[in-house]
Design a protein around this ligand. Sequence first.
Ligand code: C5P
Length: 257
Amino acid sequence: MQRLNSPAQLKACGTHPVLPGAAGFRQRKACAAQLVLALDVDTIGEAKRLLDSLYPKIRVFKVGSHLFTAYGPKVIEMLHKKGAEVFLDLKYFDIPNTVAKAVASAVRQKVKMLTLHISGGKEMLEAAVASARQQAKDAKVTRPLLIGVTILTSKEAKTEEVLALAKTGIDCGLDGVVCSVSEAAVLRRKIKNNFIIVTPGIRLNDCVQDDQKRIASVSQAVKAGSDFLVIGRPILKADNPLAKTEELLGDLSRLRR
Ligand code: C5P
């Protein structure tokens, strides 16, 4: 049985006290890693079918450039109408003013979390953080979690590079980072703040790697301290997405026992 309550693990993922407005993370007492489905599909109809079949087994759905470019905020509205939470993964990377405005728009759309590239630089990150706080206050909505992309999991990366980017992101006030499972444990050890780790590149044993270079299983991701396990094609391309989801959730719940 997997031990999830060692002092180190509880310290790493037990509480996220520094997130004003980031509901749900303030008082976490135990690891509760969540599966996130990347809705990387061509049509809103396909997205709706997946949502209808997988919610509430999966509660957080990731909307990336693929679906958002085609349908825009309509997708977010559809997910919210169902009761699901939205991870807006548009990986902002632009001048500070533009990113700040994009973040403010995302706040108004009440997304749970969003991504931006840490390599966009400190000024961009700080502008994003300030904008999220201000807009959440003005609109009286919960501030989304701001998650910084370190190095894409489709690329090879040196752990030190990922660590340096993650430190920059957290220092600038981000709530968490996206990294591969292979870096997650090091980040937990070396960055003292409480922060969220999002890990894409999750694969089952029988799955193909696709274009991902740094992949891992559910169990490896949870052991490494991941909070949100992002998975797309292994579910999207499965003959039976619901059965595949249940298999992954089974892996997760076995780890919680
Ligand atoms: O299909 P697959 O499981 O590889 O999907 C992974 C998802 O995570 C994709 O939507 C991709 O855009 C996203 N992602 C990633 N690597 C990052 C950040 C996000 O693969 N560093």
